[in-house]
Design a binder for this molecule. Sequence first.
Ligand code: MGD
Ligand code: MGD
Ligand code: SF4
Ligand code: MO
Length: 815
Amino acid sequence: MAYKRQIDRLPIIPADAKEHNVTCHYCIVGCGYKAYTWPMNKQGTTSNNKFGQDLGEQQSADSNAWYSPSMYNVVRQDGKDVQLVVMPDGDCVVNAGLGSIRGARMAENRPSKVTGTQQQRLSDPLVWRNGVMQPTSWDDALDLVAKVTARVVSEGSEDDLVVSMFDHGGSAGGYENTWGTGKLYFESMKIKNCRIHNRPAYNSEVHSTRDMGVGELNYQYADYELTDTIMIVGANPLETQTNLFLNHMVPGMRNGARVIFVEPRRTVSINAAEEVAGAENVLHLQINTGTDMALFNALLTEIVDKGWIDADFIANSTFEDGVAQPEDAAHPAALGSLKVAMESCRVSLDEAEEICGVSAGDIATAAAWIAEPKDGARRKCVTAYEKGIIWGNDNYRTIGALVNIALATGNVGREGGGICRLGGHQEGYYRPSDAHVGRPAAYVDRLLISGQGKIHHIWACDHYKTTLNAAKFKQAHKRRADMVKTAMDNAAGGTREELIDAIVGAVNAGGLFVVDVDIIRSQIGENAHVILAACESNEMNLTSMNGERRMRLSEKYMDPFGNSMPDCLIAAGIAQHMEAALRGLGEDAYADQFQGYDWKTEEDAFMDGYNKGNPEVTYERLRAMGNNGVLEPVVGYEDGKLVGTERLYSNGTFGTGDGKARFCAAGWRGWQADGKEAEQKKFQFWINNGRANIFWQNQFLDQDNDFIQDRFPFPFIEMNPADMADLGASAGDLVEIYNDNGATQAMVYPTPTARRGETLMVFGSPAGSQGNVINPGVNELVLPDYKHTWANIRKVADAPESARHISFKSKEYTT
Ligand SMILES: Nc1nc2c(c(=O)[nH]1)N[C@H]1C(S)=C(S)[C@@H](COP(=O)(O)OP(=O)(O)OC[C@H]3O[C@@H](n4cnc5c(=O)[nH]c(N)nc54)[C@H](O)[C@@H]3O)O[C@H]1N2
Ligand SMILES: Nc1nc2c(c(=O)[nH]1)N[C@H]1C(S)=C(S)[C@@H](COP(=O)(O)OP(=O)(O)OC[C@H]3O[C@@H](n4cnc5c(=O)[nH]c(N)nc54)[C@H](O)[C@@H]3O)O[C@H]1N2
Ligand code: SF4
Ligand SMILES: [Mo]
């Protein structure tokens, strides 16, 4: 075990420590935390401290008057070292004082020269100079980025600039930073070859629900506590939306809610729900992977046939006049009335049993739990879904088929209802229109692999670890970036003009000039010619909303590391240097488009963007709303408080031109993305993939954290022990996973509940990218199906020394 950590005794927080509101910047849940900072030479006493408690007395088991070593650090604030504690806020309605193994490590994951944490953080911009990455000034780095970009887009077109950019809130996002980047690429320029951090195009994860008029975050978390049935589809909320599960779903179960899981594997969320609600109140529909749509259609059919639909809601709030939107290239299914939808969706329980591998009886039970009237009244059901169907088979129709059930039963916009994404990061999207991108949007990875594009700007993502078809992507990206490095090396010692000529020559010959904006040196960052050093949330002020649209201001409590800067101000710097570079090229009219970035702070970016669309909302007002914030959309400001919206659609009017929600004609058509069916037939193991409680995303901070690396130095792959025996593999052994797309490696974690031939590999690891083996197949609107990959597995080594101490106990709770 890694011995914790840096210090042998934690100081008591003094009563006069400064207090800051913090929203955890990791997952969608956005738990409230408090950050306390105070000078190095002070501490509180048992009788005089921030908690106002007598700490000489034994504290109760659920006391909030304590913090753990991971919540402590020493950081820079206004140029001085200060002590820092970041601990969960007992008064925040989101988490009620709960932390998680990710959020409760926010403090120790801050860069500190005193305690030595996160020394991997970038303190300065870097440029490729004489064969290595060298630190440089902001002016030098931005000048190079702008001069190369200006030359290429003015000699060719804006289509030569490819952009990968975050679109979320929390870490590496927020309204400030999505606006900064959005204004640069969508207002000053009209970049259409762009993609989002987590998918290879600039599009929606959930086109169909939006087209049906139902925005994907429509409830509030309290609805889980007010409902009869919780239905969770393709998600593992105990591990991925931890305090939503613990602080809202668990209380809901304790209030008597039953739970339905639609999941091909047994997750720890299912195990935990059984422990809380009793196994008899939990129904696990363990479907054959990728068959969700057939199951949803059978549920809808049963509900319609039993007459459990909400006829008034359907009459008042849904489209009843045939087809509203025919199927076409931008709409992979027709949308319209329930009657129209049923013509495609009708599936019997027996047919669904055949396709999904779930008994007709269990499907009928699930339909009753969702919709059978209870004591003569409508039953309430909250439905939540995430990556198991978003990165799943036939995204558009599958999500449409699920939303159909909520619409048919009137479970939207009502207490104890909702049909929502559980979510990934927090949200924080505020950008100029992206209409120029078009639908379907460009498949950016394919374009880069095939040699198109000349410049690649990357903001806070690492496709090396997280894209599909990653083996091919890396080969092409590195080969093209190396061409530019060679050209730069050959121009060594020359003038700036000669260097730019050399770079432009190389990109015109098939090279790629790469600019990476990150907080660390990432894997894709190794291909960069310029790295721009960003800072994180709380090193700047940052606004976001969580999965129930709860908006907060997470306050700055420390300095950015070294010379790093907020992403929005980096975007502004690029814009200003673009203006100058374009003037230098005599492109005055184009240069004029890069004006309006004279922001000094992130608040200026907020006021230029979000505030213009939402004039009620300011930093000062958000600060006053504290960690409970306000539920978006904000509709007013009264008595010193921002007024929000409890639920969307509670007036029965939906987000379509005529206000009527549409049903989706979600006809089942088997495997939809290219190559999936053949791959399933050809290879022995399903390489299901997803997340684990302990890791945040691609482990960008975890990779420099002893505690995490000690637990899992390699990505794990969960396997049935009988499959392991066939491969001659024991716990902790290293295996290679290979198919026609590429290969990767992982460490075996024996998992008796895993079905034979079905594995689960943690995604995004720096020590083994699952994306290497995912084929390039996407749906019509360029949504990837990461979850559906098949491969063979062979043992490559016994457990190495670094894996010998690891516990491979079952991850399940037992009572
Ligand atoms: N601990 C932790 N939490 C996180 C993150 C993290 O990195 N770590 N990341 C955040 C982000 S960005 C996101 S997007 C969310 C993702 O949150 P989730 O969607 O909950 O997480 P995943 O583990 O990616 O996938 C969920 C489940 O999909 C299942 N699945 C696979 N194939 C199918 C299928 O065909 N049908 C169905 N029904 N299910 C299937 C998998 O077995 C898996 O249990 O998590 C967020 N929260
Ligand atoms: N196989 C498989 N692949 C998947 C998925 C899956 O389920 N399976 N899920 C997909 C999903 S849902 C997601 S969200 C993606 C995640 O894919 P990515 O977005 O590529 O992964 P992250 O770990 O979120 O990347 C964050 C990067 O931003 C940097 N960073 C952190 N904070 C900041 C900041 O404030 N500013 C800047 N400029 N940089 C910062 C980090 O150092 C890191 O390099 O992966 C996708 N890929
Ligand atoms: S559940 Fe999510 S938001 Fe809450 S502390 Fe954990 S990572 Fe942060
Ligand atoms: Mo995500």
